[in-house]
Design a protein around this ligand. Structure first.
Ligand SMILES: [Zn+2]
Length: 246
C-alpha cells in the first residue's frame, strides 16, 4: 500500500470512529487508533452538478481514495441523474442545494426563493429522504431577506482556484495546494473534466501533506461550530488560528 492510500484509509477510519455517518462509509475493522486532533482538515466542495460525464468519474476517484466531499446541486440537473445523486449520498458525501436554476439569491420574492431553494430541497428529500440540504448561494451572493429564509447556514468558501476560467489543470492544482490551510473550504465545479482531474490531484497532494478530507458538516462539527441559520460560513480554522472569520 502506498503512502497516499494509507493516509486516506487512516483518515477515513478516524472519521468513522469520530463522527456519525452512513454505515456504507465506515471501513471494516475496529475503532481507529490515530487521533484526529491536530490533523489539518479540509473540505472539498463542488457546485453546479450533477453531470454524469464528469460527476461520475469524480465519484469513482473519490471512492478509490475514500475521501468525502460536499456537493451543492442545481435542482434542474437532478432529473435524469437520480442514480448519481443516490450514489453521492450512499458513499458518504454531503449534499446541499445551489438553487433550482442557478440564480442569484438577490431581490427575490419569498415565492421565487421557495421555487429555487425549497423546490430543490423537496426534490432531494423525495430522492434521499428528509435532510437539511444546506445552501450555497450561486456566485456567493445573497441578500438579507434570502439569508433569513435560508433555513440553515450559508456555505461559502475560503479557497477559490477559479477552475471555470481556463481549465488549466496544473494552474488549478497549484492555486489550491499553494493556498490551502487547516479548516479551509475549497470551491470547485464538478461539471468540467479539467476540474475533476484537478480535484483528484489536489486530493492526492493534500493527503501526502497529511490533510484529512471531511464534509462541511464534519468540519463544523470537528471545530465546534454550530450550524446557525443564515450564518455565512467560509472556513473553520482551529481555535489557535481563529481570526474571527466565523
Ligand atoms: Zn454555481
Amino acid at each position: 500500500m502506498d503512502r497516499k492510500r494509507s493516509a486516506a484509509l487512516i483518515c477515513a477510519a478516524v472519521l468513522a470512529a469520530a463522527l456519525p455517518g452512513p454505515a456504507g462509509t465506515r471501513p471494516a475493522g475496529g475503532p481507529a487508533e490515530v487521533e484526529l486532533e491536530g490533523r489539518p482538515l479540509v473540505a472539498l466542495t463542488f457546485d453546479d452538478g450533477p453531470r454524469e460525464a464528469t460527476t461520475g468519474p469524480l465519484l469513482d476517484g473519490l471512492a478509490l481514495r475514500e475521501v468525502p466531499a460536499t456537493f451543492f446541486l442545481v435542482g434542474s440537473r437532478i432529473g435524469g441523474n437520480e442514480d448519481l445523486v443516490r450514489r453521492m449520498a450512499a458513499e458518504g458525501h454531503q449534499i446541499g442545494v445551489h438553487t433550482f436554476d442557478h440564480v442569484a439569491l438577490k431581490g427575490l420574492s419569498r415565492r421565487d426563493f421557495d421555487l429555487q431553494v425549497g423546490k430543490t430541497r423537496a426534490v432531494l428529500a423525495d430522492l434521499l429522504g428528509e435532510g437539511e440540504f444546506w445552501l450555497r448561494p450561486p456566485y456567493g451572493l445573497i441578500d438579507q431577506a434570502a439569508a433569513g429564509w435560508a433555513g440553515g447556514p450559508l456555505i461559502l468558501w475560503s479557497v477559490d482556484p477559479e477552475d471555470w476560467k481556463d481549465h488549466d489543470v496544473d494552474r488549478i492544482v497549484a492555486a489550491v495546494v499553494e493556498h490551502v490551510s487547516d479548516g479551509d473550504i475549497i470551491l470547485m465545479h464538478d461539471i468540467f473534466a479539467s476540474s475533476e482531474e484537478a480535484a483528484l490531484r489536489v486530493v492526492d497532494a493534500l493527503l501526502a501533506k497529511g490533510y484529512c478530507f471531511v464534509t462541511v458538516e464534519q468540519l463544523m462539527e470537528q471545530r465546534g461550530a454550530a450550524p446557525e441559520a443564515g450564518a455565512r460560513c467560509r472556513a473553520f480554522p482551529p481555535a489557535k488560528d481563529r481570526g474571527g472569520n466565523f
